[in-house]
Design a protein around this ligand. Structure first.
Ligand code: PYC
Length: 317
Protein backbone atom coordinates (compact mmCIF):
# COMPACT_ATOMS: atom_id res chain seq x y z
CA UNK A 1 0.00 0.00 0.00
CA UNK A 2 1.08 3.59 -0.55
CA UNK A 3 1.25 5.91 2.45
CA UNK A 4 -1.67 8.38 2.48
CA UNK A 5 -1.11 12.11 2.91
CA UNK A 6 -3.75 12.46 5.63
CA UNK A 7 -4.66 10.22 8.57
CA UNK A 8 -7.50 10.77 11.02
CA UNK A 9 -6.75 9.94 14.64
CA UNK A 10 -8.40 10.34 18.02
CA UNK A 11 -6.18 11.03 21.00
CA UNK A 12 -7.09 10.19 24.58
CA UNK A 13 -5.26 9.71 27.83
CA UNK A 14 -5.74 7.02 30.44
CA UNK A 15 -4.48 8.15 33.82
CA UNK A 16 -2.23 10.62 32.01
CA UNK A 17 -0.78 8.10 29.50
CA UNK A 18 -1.67 8.99 25.88
CA UNK A 19 -3.24 6.72 23.25
CA UNK A 20 -3.59 7.68 19.58
CA UNK A 21 -6.18 5.57 17.72
CA UNK A 22 -6.16 5.58 13.90
CA UNK A 23 -9.74 5.81 12.74
CA UNK A 24 -9.13 5.83 8.97
CA UNK A 25 -9.10 2.46 7.27
CA UNK A 26 -5.54 1.88 6.02
CA UNK A 27 -6.58 -1.23 4.06
CA UNK A 28 -3.66 -3.19 5.40
CA UNK A 29 -4.05 -6.78 4.18
CA UNK A 30 -4.34 -8.89 7.33
CA UNK A 31 -6.21 -11.74 8.98
CA UNK A 32 -6.51 -10.81 12.62
CA UNK A 33 -4.30 -8.98 15.08
CA UNK A 34 -1.16 -11.11 14.75
CA UNK A 35 -1.08 -10.81 10.99
CA UNK A 36 -1.85 -7.05 11.17
CA UNK A 37 1.04 -6.60 13.63
CA UNK A 38 3.38 -8.61 11.38
CA UNK A 39 2.34 -6.63 8.29
CA UNK A 40 2.79 -3.26 10.02
CA UNK A 41 6.16 -4.29 11.43
CA UNK A 42 7.61 -5.69 8.22
CA UNK A 43 5.93 -3.63 5.48
CA UNK A 44 4.28 -0.51 6.90
CA UNK A 45 6.30 0.65 9.89
CA UNK A 46 5.83 4.21 8.58
CA UNK A 47 2.41 4.11 10.28
CA UNK A 48 4.10 3.80 13.69
CA UNK A 49 6.96 6.21 12.99
CA UNK A 50 4.73 8.90 11.44
CA UNK A 51 2.19 8.94 14.26
CA UNK A 52 4.35 8.32 17.32
CA UNK A 53 7.75 9.86 16.67
CA UNK A 54 8.37 13.61 16.71
CA UNK A 55 7.33 15.99 15.24
CA UNK A 56 3.75 14.56 15.29
CA UNK A 57 4.05 12.38 18.39
CA UNK A 58 6.29 12.14 21.42
CA UNK A 59 8.00 9.42 23.45
CA UNK A 60 5.16 8.55 25.85
CA UNK A 61 2.54 8.15 23.13
CA UNK A 62 1.13 4.71 22.30
CA UNK A 63 -0.56 4.16 18.94
CA UNK A 64 -3.44 1.79 18.19
CA UNK A 65 -4.25 0.31 14.80
CA UNK A 66 -7.72 -1.25 14.62
CA UNK A 67 -8.06 -4.29 12.38
CA UNK A 68 -10.69 -6.87 11.47
CA UNK A 69 -10.45 -9.68 14.03
CA UNK A 70 -9.89 -13.30 13.03
CA UNK A 71 -12.38 -14.31 15.73
CA UNK A 72 -15.71 -12.91 14.57
CA UNK A 73 -17.07 -12.76 18.12
CA UNK A 74 -14.64 -9.88 18.76
CA UNK A 75 -15.74 -6.27 18.31
CA UNK A 76 -12.34 -5.37 16.85
CA UNK A 77 -8.74 -6.42 16.66
CA UNK A 78 -6.03 -4.03 17.80
CA UNK A 79 -2.27 -3.64 17.45
CA UNK A 80 -0.42 -1.32 19.82
CA UNK A 81 2.94 0.32 19.13
CA UNK A 82 5.17 2.94 20.69
CA UNK A 83 8.28 4.98 19.88
CA UNK A 84 10.40 1.81 19.97
CA UNK A 85 8.39 -1.12 18.64
CA UNK A 86 5.15 -3.14 18.81
CA UNK A 87 3.64 -4.09 22.19
CA UNK A 88 2.26 -7.51 23.12
CA UNK A 89 -0.69 -5.69 24.66
CA UNK A 90 -1.54 -2.43 26.34
CA UNK A 91 -4.29 -2.00 28.92
CA UNK A 92 -4.20 1.78 29.21
CA UNK A 93 -4.34 1.77 25.41
CA UNK A 94 -7.30 -0.65 25.35
CA UNK A 95 -9.17 1.61 27.77
CA UNK A 96 -8.40 4.48 25.35
CA UNK A 97 -9.61 2.41 22.35
CA UNK A 98 -12.88 1.56 24.13
CA UNK A 99 -13.49 5.22 25.02
CA UNK A 100 -12.66 6.20 21.42
CA UNK A 101 -15.10 3.65 19.95
CA UNK A 102 -17.79 4.89 22.37
CA UNK A 103 -17.04 8.53 21.42
CA UNK A 104 -17.50 7.56 17.75
CA UNK A 105 -20.75 5.77 18.74
CA UNK A 106 -19.37 2.55 17.29
CA UNK A 107 -20.00 0.74 20.60
CA UNK A 108 -22.41 1.05 23.54
CA UNK A 109 -21.86 0.30 27.23
CA UNK A 110 -21.49 -3.43 27.78
CA UNK A 111 -18.82 -6.09 27.34
CA UNK A 112 -16.80 -6.31 24.13
CA UNK A 113 -14.22 -8.90 23.13
CA UNK A 114 -11.05 -7.48 21.62
CA UNK A 115 -8.42 -9.48 19.72
CA UNK A 116 -4.77 -8.61 20.44
CA UNK A 117 -1.58 -10.31 19.24
CA UNK A 118 -1.24 -12.04 22.64
CA UNK A 119 -4.85 -13.23 22.93
CA UNK A 120 -8.48 -12.22 23.23
CA UNK A 121 -9.31 -9.89 26.09
CA UNK A 122 -12.62 -8.45 27.19
CA UNK A 123 -13.47 -4.82 27.87
CA UNK A 124 -16.53 -3.71 29.79
CA UNK A 125 -17.63 -0.11 29.29
CA UNK A 126 -19.79 0.95 32.23
CA UNK A 127 -22.50 3.62 32.13
CA UNK A 128 -20.26 5.79 34.35
CA UNK A 129 -17.54 5.56 31.61
CA UNK A 130 -15.22 3.42 33.67
CA UNK A 131 -13.63 0.64 31.59
CA UNK A 132 -12.71 -2.79 32.99
CA UNK A 133 -10.34 -5.03 31.07
CA UNK A 134 -10.03 -8.75 31.66
CA UNK A 135 -6.63 -9.51 30.23
CA UNK A 136 -4.62 -12.51 29.04
CA UNK A 137 -3.38 -15.32 31.34
CA UNK A 138 -0.47 -13.94 33.33
CA UNK A 139 2.23 -15.54 35.46
CA UNK A 140 5.41 -15.06 37.44
CA UNK A 141 8.17 -16.83 35.52
CA UNK A 142 11.01 -16.41 38.05
CA UNK A 143 11.34 -15.17 41.61
CA UNK A 144 14.20 -13.31 43.29
CA UNK A 145 16.43 -13.13 40.23
CA UNK A 146 19.69 -11.34 41.10
CA UNK A 147 21.93 -9.45 38.74
CA UNK A 148 25.00 -7.28 39.19
CA UNK A 149 24.46 -3.83 37.69
CA UNK A 150 27.47 -1.50 37.25
CA UNK A 151 27.28 1.41 39.75
CA UNK A 152 24.15 -0.10 41.38
CA UNK A 153 25.48 -3.37 42.80
CA UNK A 154 23.23 -6.40 43.28
CA UNK A 155 19.66 -5.88 42.09
CA UNK A 156 16.91 -8.42 42.86
CA UNK A 157 13.51 -8.80 41.20
CA UNK A 158 10.86 -11.09 39.77
CA UNK A 159 10.24 -11.80 36.08
CA UNK A 160 6.57 -11.90 35.08
CA UNK A 161 4.47 -12.00 31.91
CA UNK A 162 1.22 -10.20 31.26
CA UNK A 163 1.00 -9.53 27.50
CA UNK A 164 4.46 -7.92 27.88
CA UNK A 165 7.54 -9.06 29.84
CA UNK A 166 8.33 -7.29 33.11
CA UNK A 167 11.15 -7.21 35.65
CA UNK A 168 9.64 -6.16 38.99
CA UNK A 169 12.47 -4.79 41.10
CA UNK A 170 12.38 -5.64 44.81
CA UNK A 171 15.74 -4.24 45.95
CA UNK A 172 15.95 -0.60 47.08
CA UNK A 173 16.33 2.16 44.50
CA UNK A 174 15.36 5.82 44.18
CA UNK A 175 12.15 6.68 46.07
CA UNK A 176 9.08 6.26 43.84
CA UNK A 177 8.10 9.91 43.72
CA UNK A 178 7.54 12.28 40.76
CA UNK A 179 10.51 14.39 41.89
CA UNK A 180 12.76 11.40 41.09
CA UNK A 181 11.63 10.62 37.53
CA UNK A 182 15.10 11.29 36.09
CA UNK A 183 16.83 9.02 38.66
CA UNK A 184 14.16 6.33 38.28
CA UNK A 185 14.61 6.40 34.50
CA UNK A 186 18.39 5.98 34.86
CA UNK A 187 17.99 3.25 37.51
CA UNK A 188 15.51 1.17 35.50
CA UNK A 189 17.36 1.73 32.19
CA UNK A 190 20.59 0.45 33.77
CA UNK A 191 18.73 -2.67 34.96
CA UNK A 192 17.18 -3.28 31.54
CA UNK A 193 20.54 -2.79 29.77
CA UNK A 194 22.09 -5.36 32.10
CA UNK A 195 19.24 -7.89 31.66
CA UNK A 196 19.87 -7.69 27.91
CA UNK A 197 23.67 -7.86 28.30
CA UNK A 198 23.46 -10.88 30.63
CA UNK A 199 20.84 -12.52 28.38
CA UNK A 200 18.30 -12.77 31.20
CA UNK A 201 15.03 -13.36 29.37
CA UNK A 202 11.61 -14.96 29.61
CA UNK A 203 11.63 -18.79 29.46
CA UNK A 204 11.58 -18.85 25.64
CA UNK A 205 14.20 -16.14 25.20
CA UNK A 206 11.71 -13.24 25.27
CA UNK A 207 13.32 -9.85 25.89
CA UNK A 208 12.30 -8.29 29.21
CA UNK A 209 11.62 -4.75 28.06
CA UNK A 210 9.45 -3.25 30.83
CA UNK A 211 11.02 -2.54 34.24
CA UNK A 212 8.87 -1.78 37.30
CA UNK A 213 9.77 -0.27 40.65
CA UNK A 214 7.36 -0.04 43.58
CA UNK A 215 7.12 2.12 46.66
CA UNK A 216 4.59 3.28 49.23
CA UNK A 217 1.83 5.51 47.83
CA UNK A 218 2.05 9.30 48.23
CA UNK A 219 0.11 10.44 51.30
CA UNK A 220 -2.72 11.98 49.24
CA UNK A 221 -3.22 8.79 47.18
CA UNK A 222 -5.56 6.03 48.30
CA UNK A 223 -3.56 3.14 46.90
CA UNK A 224 -1.78 -0.02 48.01
CA UNK A 225 1.39 0.91 46.17
CA UNK A 226 2.89 3.43 43.76
CA UNK A 227 4.91 2.34 40.74
CA UNK A 228 7.29 3.64 38.13
CA UNK A 229 7.28 1.69 34.88
CA UNK A 230 9.97 2.10 32.24
CA UNK A 231 8.54 1.22 28.83
CA UNK A 232 10.54 -0.01 25.83
CA UNK A 233 11.88 3.16 24.22
CA UNK A 234 12.79 4.73 27.60
CA UNK A 235 9.58 6.69 28.23
CA UNK A 236 7.95 6.09 31.61
CA UNK A 237 4.30 5.18 31.86
CA UNK A 238 2.21 8.06 33.21
CA UNK A 239 -0.54 5.55 34.06
CA UNK A 240 0.05 2.65 36.49
CA UNK A 241 0.58 0.47 33.37
CA UNK A 242 -2.27 -2.02 33.13
CA UNK A 243 -0.13 -4.91 31.93
CA UNK A 244 2.48 -3.97 34.57
CA UNK A 245 -0.20 -3.94 37.28
CA UNK A 246 -1.35 -7.35 35.99
CA UNK A 247 2.24 -8.64 36.25
CA UNK A 248 2.29 -7.32 39.83
CA UNK A 249 -0.98 -9.20 40.54
CA UNK A 250 0.63 -12.39 39.16
CA UNK A 251 3.57 -11.95 41.58
CA UNK A 252 1.29 -11.15 44.54
CA UNK A 253 -0.80 -14.23 43.71
CA UNK A 254 2.28 -16.46 43.39
CA UNK A 255 3.51 -15.26 46.81
CA UNK A 256 0.01 -15.70 48.27
CA UNK A 257 -0.05 -12.03 49.28
CA UNK A 258 -3.34 -11.31 47.48
CA UNK A 259 -6.33 -13.67 47.30
CA UNK A 260 -8.48 -14.15 44.17
CA UNK A 261 -11.12 -11.38 44.00
CA UNK A 262 -9.27 -9.14 46.48
CA UNK A 263 -8.73 -5.57 45.26
CA UNK A 264 -5.30 -4.02 44.58
CA UNK A 265 -5.15 -0.28 43.98
CA UNK A 266 -2.05 0.61 41.99
CA UNK A 267 -1.00 4.26 41.76
CA UNK A 268 1.24 5.50 38.96
CA UNK A 269 4.26 7.74 39.39
CA UNK A 270 1.96 10.75 38.85
CA UNK A 271 -0.66 9.43 41.30
CA UNK A 272 -3.34 8.15 38.88
CA UNK A 273 -4.93 4.84 39.85
CA UNK A 274 -5.93 1.51 38.33
CA UNK A 275 -7.94 -0.95 40.40
CA UNK A 276 -6.98 -4.59 39.89
CA UNK A 277 -7.97 -8.06 41.00
CA UNK A 278 -7.56 -11.58 39.63
CA UNK A 279 -9.21 -14.95 39.21
CA UNK A 280 -7.37 -18.22 39.20
CA UNK A 281 -6.68 -19.73 35.76
CA UNK A 282 -7.17 -23.44 35.04
CA UNK A 283 -3.36 -23.74 34.93
CA UNK A 284 -2.41 -23.31 38.62
CA UNK A 285 0.64 -21.11 37.94
CA UNK A 286 -1.42 -18.55 35.99
CA UNK A 287 -4.00 -15.91 36.82
CA UNK A 288 -6.56 -13.92 34.83
CA UNK A 289 -6.13 -10.26 35.80
CA UNK A 290 -8.83 -7.61 35.69
CA UNK A 291 -7.93 -3.91 35.60
CA UNK A 292 -10.28 -0.89 35.76
CA UNK A 293 -9.55 2.69 34.81
CA UNK A 294 -10.83 5.72 32.99
CA UNK A 295 -9.77 7.49 29.80
CA UNK A 296 -10.55 10.96 28.47
CA UNK A 297 -10.72 11.96 24.80
CA UNK A 298 -8.54 14.99 24.16
CA UNK A 299 -8.23 15.47 20.40
CA UNK A 300 -9.80 14.55 17.09
CA UNK A 301 -7.12 15.35 14.56
CA UNK A 302 -6.09 14.96 10.94
CA UNK A 303 -2.40 14.16 10.78
CA UNK A 304 -0.77 15.55 7.62
CA UNK A 305 1.97 13.47 6.00
CA UNK A 306 3.20 15.70 3.23
CA UNK A 307 5.62 13.92 0.82
CA UNK A 308 7.69 17.11 0.57
CA UNK A 309 8.21 17.14 4.36
CA UNK A 310 11.65 15.62 5.18
CA UNK A 311 10.04 14.24 8.35
CA UNK A 312 6.88 12.96 6.66
CA UNK A 313 7.39 9.67 8.54
CA UNK A 314 8.86 11.03 11.75
CA UNK A 315 12.34 11.80 13.03
CA UNK A 316 13.72 8.28 13.04
CA UNK A 317 17.43 7.97 13.84
O1 PYC B 1 -1.16 0.04 30.27
O2 PYC B 1 -0.52 -1.98 29.67
C1 PYC B 1 -0.36 -0.76 29.72
C2 PYC B 1 0.83 -0.19 29.05
C3 PYC B 1 1.83 -0.87 28.42
C4 PYC B 1 2.73 0.08 27.93
C5 PYC B 1 2.25 1.33 28.28
N1 PYC B 1 1.09 1.14 28.96
Amino acid sequence: MTAPNHLKVIDSHTGGEPTRVIIDDLNIPSHGAISARDHLQSKADWVRTSLILEPRGFDAMVGAYLCAPLDESCTTGVVFFNNHNYLGGCIHGTIGVVKTLAYLKRIQPGTHKIETPTGIISATLADDHNVTIQSVPSFRAAENVTLEVPNLGTVTGDIAFSANWFFLVSSPGPAVHPSNIEELTQFTSAIRDELIKQNITGPKGEEIDHIEVFGPPMSDTEADSQNFVLCPGKAYDRSPCGTGTSAKLACLAASQKLAPGETWRQASIIGTIFTGSYQNHSEPAKIIPTISGEAHINAETTIILNPSDPFQHGINY
